[in-house]
Ligand binder design. Structure first.
Ligand code: PFF
Length: 472
């Protein structure tokens, strides 16, 4: 056991670290595109409702679990359930899920890093060419990028919670906000920017159907880093005097504002590139947008600001995505580190080596599953379609287990830990919480409709991904 538990130094430090986790590739690319394709302002509204009425209570539940038990997710479930075998299962899920999500997220981040370096070397034109992406992800260079990326992330983690995670967030997050705003101001001056804003912001409620609603929910849940054991772990580093409800709200607002602001960057750029574009043709996947489509958009800026200017804009954008991904990866890899320390009494440094070694091997297996190793490329068949090792990890851990983990957190907190204990933890450091609307809402919703919604999403995902059948 570690003698004294590490803590974040200040409330702001915690908020920035948690926002650093929450603000990721999902915010900068997936959100703006999903919003534009699914009803603009109408999607934004549905998304915001999900963030504040469904996801926020789950975030509070995760943070409270962590802070009350002072433990990693496995230890939190074990301590609070007093050693119940059944309730140890969600604890293990909350460990394996972040571990595996980190693996595929590492690979995508490696590609972002590669695109940043190529842009800095003046190769934006190459990035915008048709086959560059598939060639690039199959070059041995990506292994070198993986090593560099893992060195950066693990160096931050090795410095600990306050001097590593919190300090990195305090430096990188304000930088990210400023650069994002700078880019937004620039693209808003471009020709046809207003057309992009129109598609992004004007509500079209006719587009809102069951699929869009479940997409908005999944996006919000992932964006707030829920169901990944991250908030349980970060909760265990929170001080008792800090308010969980207040800090959760600050994290959710920051995350949503960044996602919203990213739309003000992406959409005007797309419409500047092609005012006739039909947004429904934009790729659904973040990877498709970042690596195949956006380089073309950045290159087109050379007509107005020259090749160097266009490369600078692209470089800043890839750098933003890289920073957002690094702070997310730091938070997700801290989960297994905390578990090895709390459950096995391992030193932080040793835990880092053990986890990095396993993740390195698995990340390589993911990275070569795009053609370099054929058996990993056609790894399994799901619902009649060949899936790579990379796809499989994404489908199992991101699509399927994430909502299940959320569901289990709600049930555990309300029915095993019990409302009264949970409520007491939320009141610690927040004298205004008792008797508030927020208190009544959180307690009621977590025991009733929130788990129900997460259950429906889980069932639908299993039916869709594994059997090719959708209810909605
Ligand atoms: N909130 C993050 C995002 O939107 O990208 C979710 C996340 C993903 C956190 C991967 C951490 C991580 F490693």
């Amino acid at each position: 056991m570690t003698a004294v538990r590490e803590h974040f130094g200040s409330r702001l430090g915690f908020i920035l670290a948690a926002a650093g986790s929450a603000v990721g590739i999902g915010n900068l690319v997936a959100f703006p595109v999903a919003a534009t394709k699914s009803g603009g302002g109408a999607f934004l509204l549905v998304y915001a409702l999900f963030v504040f009425f469904i996801c926020l209570p789950v975030m509070m539940a995760e943070l409270a679990l962590g802070r009350s038990s002072d433990k990693d997710p496995v230890g939190a479930y074990r301590t609070i359930s007093k050693g119940s075998k059944l309730w140890s299962i969600p604890g293990w899920f909350a460990l394996i899920t972040p571990f595996m999500i980190a693996v595929f997220y590492l690979v995508v981040t490696v590609w972002v890093m590669g695109y940043l370096v190529e842009t800095l070397f003046g190769n934006l034109d190459k990035l915008a060419s048709q086959d560059f992406f598939i060639q690039f992800i199959n070059t041995p260079q990506i292994f070198a990028y993986l090593v560099v990326l893992m060195l950066i992330i693990n160096a931050i983690l090795a410095m600990g919670v306050k001097d590593g995670i919190e300090r990195a967030a305090k430096t990188l997050m304000p930088m990210l906000f400023v650069m994002l705003l700078g880019l937004v101001f620039f693209v808003l001056t471009l020709e046809n920017a207003a057309l992009g804003l129109k598609y992004y912001l004007v509500p079209d409620f006719s587009k809102i159907d069951g699929t869009v609603i479940s997409k908005a929910m999944a996006q919000a849940f992932f964006s707030l880093s829920l169901g990944m054991g991250i908030m349980i772990t970060y909760g265990s580093y929170m001080k008792k005097r800090d308010s969980i409800p207040g800090s959760s709200r600050a994290v959710a607002i920051t995350d949503t504002l960044v996602a919203f602001t990213a739309g003000l960057l992406i959409l005007p750029s797309i419409f500047h590139f092609n005012p006739q574009i039909d947004p429904s043709e934009l790729s659904d996947s973040s990877a498709g947008m970042i690596f195949l489509f956006l380089p073309k958009i950045f290159l087109a800026l050379q007509d107005s600001i020259g090749y160097v200017g266009a490369s600078a804009v692209a470089g800043i954008f890839f750098f933003l995505v890289l920073v957002a991904a690094i702070t997310s990866l730091v938070s997700i890899i801290e989960v297994p580190i905390a578990t090895l320390r709390d459950e096995r009494g391992m030193e932080r440094k040793k835990a880092i080596y053990v986890i990095a070694a396993v993740q390195f091997v698995l990340a390589i297996a993911c990275a070569v599953s795009f053609g370099m190793a054929t058996w990993l490329t056609d790894f399994v068949q799901l619902a009649g379609v060949n899936k790579s090792f990379f796809d499989l990890i994404e489908i199992i851990f991101y699509d399927t287990i994430l909502p299940l983990n959320g569901l289990l957190v709600c049930l555990f907190v309300i029915y095993k830990w019990k409302k009264a204990n949970f409520d007491k933890e939320l009141q610690e450091g927040d004298s205004d919480f008792a008797g508030s609307f927020s208190q009544k809402y959180v307690n009621f919703s977590l025991g009733t409709f929130i788990p129900l919604i997460l259950l429906l999403i889980f069932i639908n995902t299993v039916a869709l991904k594994f059997f090719g059948y959708s209810f909605i």
